[in-house]
Ligand binder design. Structure first.
Ligand SMILES: [Cu+2]
Length: 122
């Protein structure tokens, strides 16, 4: 019973908060503009680095355009060997399967990597 009460309270609270947000909509225009400026400033210093390496493919998700690579060290990015996921265009993945040894290149924006070249290792 105590649990139920807590849930009911939570629902009531979020409903109240949502109502609050709607009422305060009119004066929010300035706030929105300020926030847009902030995100612009934050996006500016992002620097994309390019690296290359070799890897074994451990997972492929064509629907999400994602590939997981167990990759060796990448000198350009100062990375040790590790297993991680990357974004990859479906056309780069079409001839690749799990277990393949590959040579690849990537762009790293500081948060996420995108495969720019992916070939089966000879
Ligand atoms: Cu990695």
């Amino acid at each position: 019973m105590k649990k139920l009460t807590t849930i009911a309270l939570g629902v009531a609270l979020s409903a109240a908060l949502a109502g609050c947000g709607k009422q305060g909509e009119a004066p929010k225009t300035e706030e929105k503009a300020a926030m847009a400026d902030d995100s612009g400033a934050m996006a500016a210093p992002a620097e994309t680095k390019h690296g290359k390496g070799t890897a074994t493919v451990t997972a492929i998700d064509s629907a999400k355009a994602q590939v997981t690579l167990d990759h060796g060290a990448i000198a350009e990015l100062d990375w040790p060997p590790m297993t991680m996921g990357f974004a990859a265009k479906p056309e780069l993945l079409k001839d690749i399967k799990v277990g393949d040894k590959v040579a690849f290149e990537l762009d790293w924006d500081g948060k996420a990597g995108t495969i720019t070249k992916l070939d089966k290792a000879p």
